[in-house]
Design a binder for this molecule. Structure first.
Ligand code: SF4
Ligand code: SF4
Length: 440
């Protein structure tokens, strides 16, 4: 079958058991819990996580974030990026092997379904070499039908974060949302049925910049040639590689780890489980394990090295800024600007009028009445319509300030606009601006 590389050798990964497969089960359960349960858990009247794109709001663990919190979102994204850099420099591609949704869905759904319907590696290879029969067609149709079902369920779960799980699953979502579910389902189906390991090798951006993030002291899966070579049947007595190829046939990326570390390797540990099984039965140490290239050379692996120090420092700095920003987050935000094109006008009664536009954003999920007061202008009269913001609403409110001309004042008066709860209770925001007038 053709792949991006021109020729593709289909990978028939054999099933394997072992301690790293148990870790796969745990990480799979956790990822599925996040995907399928989180959108249904209500906290503070909203799902634990919901991204409301049309209203530009994110509900997270009982807090509501809106467009005014873009800085926080940027900080979180930077934190996630540097966490990935830091984590990768120490532990290599453990994300790919244990947490990446691509790996988890293939491990937890697709390969078990394939094994259940078409058998393990040998049966599938034998079947694929035969002409199409009614039985083979039925098996293939059943397998692909189940793949399509899994793709649809995963797509619905993913879209629940955006459209709301109860609405989506009870067919009360919008047509755009169901269209997106359809597109995502098709993409996932193509991945499950055909693309698989090629996604990691040719499309995944994270895989592409691996070599820049790792070095000889990052954790990888490696074969120990000092113990393993020369390989062959004679090695049974010496603890070398008996060339059983178990580590090769279980590999979902279709590589032979005995050829040395390769960028295709997602460090899933399947080859380690396979080799441990073989070598423990023979009474020897396994030849494939997690380790570093430095260890293999006989050097010591350093955790503290320039790149990990730089990443750790940046991470700590970003985490501190995020913490301070979150704890100092205001219940509402306000900015004031002079109305476009206006400086001042003189009314019929001789009062000087300045007009401003007050932009207020309610950061919380409650209705918020606000009051505006002005300081610094003697005898000023402020006219502003009552403000009552719906949850997370942003409003532009005209504020008119009028003041008589004062003999002792200049043409520009500093003034402070206070925005806060009616009656002066709660947090006030003080906004500095100026009042323009004429000489007496
Ligand atoms: S070589 Fe081993 S760790 Fe790497 S992808 Fe293959 S089975 Fe997983
Ligand atoms: S599983 Fe171990 S013994 Fe078997 S081929 Fe691989 S490295 Fe050699």
């Amino acid at each position: 079958m053709l792949g991006f590389s021109g020729n593709r050798t289909w990978v028939y990964a054999q099933s394997v058991h072992g301690r790293f497969q148990k870790i796969h089960r745990v990480s799979g359960v956790l990822l599925h819990a996040i995907l399928f349960v989180t959108p249904w858990i209500p906290i503070g009247g909203h799902p634990a996580l919901r991204i409301d794109l049309p209203a530009r709001r994110i509900f997270l663990l009982g807090q509501t974030y809106n467009a005014g919190d873009t800085f926080l979102l940027l900080l979180v994204l930077l934190l996630a990026a540097f966490s990935l850099f830091f984590f990768t420099s120490l532990f290599g591609r453990l994300w790919c092997g244990y947490v990446c949704p691509q790996t988890v869905f293939l491990e937890e759904w697709i390969r078990p379904i394939e094994r259940l319907i078409e058998g393990d590696r040998t049966a599938r290879m034998r079947d694929d070499g035969k002409p199409w029969t009614a039985g083979r067609l039925a098996r293939r149709a059943a397998k692909l039908g189940l793949f399509a079902g899994v793709a649809f369920v995963i797509s619905m779960a993913a879209m629940s974060f955006f459209a709301g799980a109860p609405e989506l699953w009870t067919l009360q979502g919008g047509s755009v949302e169901y269209a997106l579910v359809g597109i995502l389902s098709l993409g996932l189906f193509a991945d499950f049925a055909w693309f698989r390991e090629q996604l990691c090798i040719y499309l995944c951006p994270y895989a592409r910049f691996q070599s820049a993030l790792t070095d000889d002291e990052s954790l990888v899966v490696m074969y120990d040639p000092k113990k393993g070579e020369p390989r062959g049947k004679d090695a049974v007595a010496t603890g070398g590689c008996v060339d059983c190829k178990k580590c090769v046939v279980v590999c979902p990326q279709g590589i032979d780890i005995r050829d040395g570390f390769q960028l295709e390797c997602i460090t899933c540990g399947r080859c380690i489980d396979a080799c441990e099984d073989v070598m423990h039965k023979l009474g020897h140490e396994p030849l494939v394990r997690y380790g570093t290239e430095a260890e293999l050379r006989g050097s010591k692996t350093r955790i503290i090295r320039p790149r990990t120090v730089v990443y750790a420092s940046l991470l700590s700095g970003l985490a501190a800024v995020l913490l301070v920003s979150l704890t100092g987050r205001e219940a509402f935000q306000a900015t004031i600007n002079r109305a476009p094109g206006s400086l001042y006008t003189v009314d019929d009664d001789g009062m000087v009028r300045n007009t401003y536009l007050l932009k207020v954003t309610n950061n919380d999920d409650v209705v918020r009445p606000l009051e505006v007061r002005v300081d610094g202008l003697p005898d000023a009269v402020v006219t502003v319509a009552p403000i009552e913001l719906a949850p997370t609403e942003t409003a532009m409110v005209p504020v008119v300030v009028r003041m008589p001309v004062h003999a002792d004042g200049g043409r520009t008066w500093p003034m402070t606009v206070h925005v806060g709860a009616p009656g002066g209770d709660g947090d006030d925001l003080a906004l500095e601006t100026t009042f323009k007038t004429q000489d007496e």
